[in-house]
Each structure stands twice: as C-alpha cells, then as structure tokens.
Design a binder for this molecule. Structure first.
Ligand code: ZN
Length: 72
C-alpha cells in the first residue's frame, strides 16, 4: 500500500469521536496518525495501520517529494 506523509486515510472502523479519517504525520516502521475529528495522535506499526485503512486520499501538492522519501 502506497502511503505518504500528508495523506488522508479512511479507516474501516471509526475512532470513538466518530471520525473515520486520519492524516499521516509520519511514515516508516511505524505510522503516526492524527484523527481529523478530535486531533488525537496514535502510533501504529505499518502492518497494522495498513490492515485498518480502507482508502487513501492524496491531496494535490500536500506531500513534498523529499518528505515522502524521508527515512527514519
Ligand atoms: Zn478522534
């Protein structure tokens, strides 16, 4: 699954606040996600995050190329 910094992902299950959408704040071994509904941040292992993601939406120009290749 191609997920990049700045992407908005739609999860299969809603956060307790009711929002299905999260922004990607960090990619690498773990993903850092921020809930769009309430601002809550979580770290998830890549595999688990990918399992929970239903859809990726990329906003044009949201993710600079150099950020997408950032390597932690
Ligand atoms: Zn939330």
């Amino acid at each position: 699954m191609d997920i990049r910094l700045g992407d908005i992902v739609r999860m299969k299950k809603p956060h307790p606040c009711g929002s299905y959408e999260w922004t990607i704040e960090r990619v690498g071994m773990d993903f850092k996600l921020r809930c769009i509904g309430c601002g809550h941040q979580v770290m998830l292992p890549r595999r688990q995050a990918e399992k929970n993601i239903r859809e990726v939406r990329r906003e044009e120009g949201a993710a600079p190329a150099e950020a997408a290749t950032e390597n932690n």
